[in-house]
Design a protein around this ligand. Structure first.
Ligand SMILES: *Cc1c(COP(=O)(O)O)cnc(C)c1O
Length: 392
């Protein structure tokens, strides 16, 4: 491991320079790698020597991207995948077998919820949900004989509730179960779950890691042993990341620190503006002192992140009018972009749930989620203010 700081590693970690003496890493768009001779080919396939064979297994661009993420997340090894969901699926299916049980927080990304409830049960893998805000006793009571893994996201989407990673890491250790954290919302610049005992850290790199809404990608980080098991699963089932996308993402990581600081400072300023606005019932953001878990946020996160939510006065109808009235902010399903994005979960991403189920994961009728971008904060506030007035 490098003795240098986060930003330096993000910039100075680079795949080996080729004979062309390039300064910026080239893109290795090749499906396979040549063997010098029959003995080298044999040794590579026998895992006796390290080296690339075929891009489904490894590639210099993917290796560079993962090496940077390992340094950032304080993890030994990792895998790059073609999407965030491929990372979630490889983690769950690659480590669990028929008869195993997964304990998860109810506030999960929609497709992760579908994997747990619709796909894994076909292979006899069961799950239990506990509310992210539930008591320590209830979390512990939900652990079964056959529990293999605890899986959480913090901060949760879109409710922005947190779970104490240090406490949950201790609980997982006590019961000898694997502990996985989807660290997509925070990114390793704000929060490093492995420092609190997480065995596995997963990412949708589509979000803040790419940061500009260009690629779909994912990553899994963990100990050498865990990743070795997952590498076998991924090598033979094939969810590998394209070298082109790995190159884009490795470049993106060079600016992750500065981007996350500005996302966070813009988001904090917007959250204060929304909290004080006559058009909202409340605003929620981990680093607002009014957040019920402000102390925990300060303990396990270095900055508050780029996502702010608020409840617009006037419920679901005003929420829809507000989105129609935005002029600059984008109306799209992504998050973690340079461009500010607004969404209304009750009428879009979570519209298939009953109102009761929505409320159980913190989605009230007028809840608006803002992924705060890197435009000037004055312009972001001005667009939101004019949309408030136009939606009255
Ligand atoms: C977007 C997202 C995913 C899924 O990632 P994709 O790259 O879209 O496949 C998983 N978890 C969280 C928290 C996300 O926001």
């Amino acid at each position: 491991m490098s003795d240098k700081k986060f930003e330096t590693n993000a910039i100075r970690t680079q795949c080996e320079r080729s004979p062309h003496r390039e300064h910026s890493a080239p893109i290795y768009m090749t499906s396979s790698f040549t063997f010098d001779d029959a003995e080298q080919a044999r040794a590579l396939f026998a895992d006796e020597i390290p080296g690339n064979i075929y891009t489904r297994f490894s590639n210099p661009n993917n290796n560079e991207f993962i090496e940077k993420l390992c340094q950032m997340e304080n993890c030994e090894d990792g895998l790059a995948t073609a999407s965030g969901m491929a990372a979630m699926f490889v983690t769950l299916a690659g480590l669990c077998k028929s008869g195993d049980h997964i304990l998860a927080s109810r506030s999960l990304f929609g497709s992760t919820h579908q994997i747990l409830t619709q796909i894994l049960p076909r292979w006899g893998i069961t799950h239990t949900y506990v509310d992210i805000m539930d008591s320590a006793e209830n979390w512990e009571a939900a652990i079964q004989e056959n529990t293999k893994m605890i899986f959480v996201e913090t901060p949760s989407n879109p409710a922005l509730d947190l779970i104490d990673l240090e406490w949950l890491g201790g609980l997982a250790k006590k019961h000898d179960v694997l502990f996985t954290v989807d660290n997509c919302f925070a990114t390793p610049y704000l929060q490093r779950p492995a420092d609190f005992g997480a065995d596995i850290v997963t990412h949708s790199a589509t979000k803040f890691i790419d940061g500009q809404g260009r690629t779909i990608a994912g990553a899994i980080l963990g100990s050498k042993d865990v990743i070795q098991e997952l590498r076998f699963f991924a090598r033979h089932s094939g969810p590998s990341l394209s070298p082109m996308n790995a190159w884009i993402l490795s470049k993106s990581l060079e600016t992750l620190a500065v981007r996350m600081e500005r996302h966070s400072s813009n988001a904090l300023e917007l959250a204060k503006f929304l909290e004080n606005s006559d058009h909202t019932e409340f605003a929620k953001y981990p680093f607002l002192p009014s957040h019920p878990q402000y102390e925990l946020a300060k303990k396990q996160m270095d900055f508050g992140g780029g996502i702010v939510t608020f409840e617009i006065k006037g419920g679901i109808n005003r929420g829809r009018k507000f989105l129609n009235a935005l002029k600059m902010c984008s109306f799209t399903a992504n998050l973690g972009d340079t461009r500010t994005i607004a969404t209304h979960p009750a009428s879009t991403t979570h519209s298939k749930l009953s109102e009761e189920d929505r409320l159980a994961v913190g989605i009230s009728p007028g809840l608006v989620r803002i992924s705060v971008g890197l435009e000037h904060i004055d312009d972001i506030k001005a667009d939101i203010q004019q949309a408030f007035e136009a939606s009255l």
